[in-house]
Design a protein around this ligand. Structure first.
Ligand SMILES: Cc1ncc(COP(=O)(O)O)c(C=O)c1O
Length: 382
């Protein structure tokens, strides 16, 4: 019997195979340069990334988590401040709020886009609210027109979590160019991934950028002259050199992701018992994930999604669940005092979401195998 090959959720080797020689040459150039921290590669990457996003400045750092933390510190988000965000995201969107002593205020999500339900944001604003923190989850843009109006009306700052949305647009502008600060991750599986950790803050404000750089460099304003308590958060020269090889391909990879998503949407259009992801009119998603919902009316017991996932695994299709629990129900965030039932869509969606294989290089044949296997699994699991 012929063994079935498993289709993985993500395969970076296909993407890198095409750039093997260039990536190796870039790494060797750094090796021979003797300059491994800072330097021209980092500065050049910052220039090119700012141009790609359409902001005046990019300040690179060690991770997307640090980009958020440094951005919050640069904006002087401080103990007692409230920041409105989504409970349905990766913990890194919210951790940095806790680290600066600010209080995350959750608002439920739109179950069609998985992003913040913008129409509920105003009701969550209090006298302590300082900022809005939209997360463009899975590469899908949040409605930045409505959110921008709310921020202006209430004099709030906006910090965009673009970790999963590098290159996505709202209208004709890239995400990360709307808020005071845009925060990006170059974790390997992101749309623009390094071969290790990396992150960046984008902004039009030179003073904010200088503050981000100061906090990323131990709070120094001159050598051994510490104005603030900072940290060490740098993008390695090696990662910058590798990212410079990959950046020119970002648009083509994002286009491929869009084509893959369109094909999934066609292949799965008539499947019963699922909800397909929706991009808001005016938005361009970059499909970091293709995440659908396996509809499930029950709110306890084993999610139907998990049984379908098992069937898929047996058929050689590896899927992912981003994210099985919303943050307001996690022990780490119990101190915020939220209860089960408070964000019904976030809670329901966490039981239902399933991310199908999605990466540049995924073939049409593989997508057909995924679609057929999902159809069989849905038929098998009542
Ligand atoms: C939505 C979101 N925010 C922030 C981050 C943090 O990025 P990093 O892993 O580079 O620290 C991630 C990374 O997975 C993410 O998905």
């Amino acid at each position: 019997m012929k063994a079935i090959t498993t289709i993985p959720p993500v395969d970076l080797t296909r993407q890198h195979a095409l750039l093997n020689a260039q990536l190796q040459a870039a790494a060797i150039e750094v090796l021979h340069s003797g300059r491994y921290i800072g330097g021209e590669k980092v500065a050049e990457f910052e220039r090119q990334f700012a141009a790609a996003i359409g902001t005046r400045i990019c300040a690179a750092c060690n991770s997307g988590t640090d980009a958020l933390l440094l951005g919050l510190r640069a904006l002087e988000i401080a103990p007692g401040d409230e920041v409105i965000t989504t409970p349905f995201t990766f913990a890194a969107s919210v951790e940095p709020l806790a680290f600066v002593g600010a209080r995350p205020i959750f608002v439920d999500i739109d179950p069609a886009t998985y992003n913040l339900e913008v129409t509920q944001v105003e009701a969550a604003i209090s006298a302590r609210t300082r900022a809005l923190l939209p997360v463009h989850l899975f590469g899908q843009p949040t409605d930045m027109t409505q959110l921008g109006d709310i921020a202006r009306r209430h004099d709030l700052l906006t910090i965009e979590d673009c970790a999963q949305a590098t290159g996505a647009c709202w209208g004709d502008r890239a995400l990360g160019s709307f808020g005071e600060i845009g925060c990006f991750s170059f974790f390997p599986t992101k749309n623009l991934g390094a071969l290790g950790d990396g992150g960046a803050v984008t902004t039009d404000d030179p003073e904010l950028a200088a503050r981000v750089r100061m906090f990323a460099n131990h709070g120094q304003v001159g050598r051994y002259d510490y104005l603030e308590i900072g940290t060490n958060s740098r993008l390695d020269a090696l990662q910058a050199a590798l990212l410079l090889v990959k950046l020119p391909h970002l648009d083509a990879w994002n286009l491929q992701r869009c084509q893959i998503a369109t094909r999934y949407l066609e292949l799965l259009a008539s499947l019963p018992g699922i909800a397909l992801p929706i991009t808001l009119p005016g938005g361009t998603s970059v499909w970091n994930q293709f995440t659908l919902r396996i509809l499930d009316d029950r709110s306890d017991g084993e999610p139907r999604r998990d049984r379908i996932r098992e069937h898929l695994r047996a058929a050689g299709i590896d899927t992912m669940v981003y994210y099985p629990y919303p943050l307001h129900l996690q022990p780490a965030y119990a101190y915020l005092g939220y209860r089960a039932g408070q964000f019904p869509y976030a809670e329901r969606v966490a039981r239902e979401v399933l991310s199908l294989p999605m990466f540049p290089g995924l073939t049409a044949d593989e997508q057909e195998r995924v679609a057929l296997a999902l159809k069989d699994a849905i038929a098998a699991v009542a």
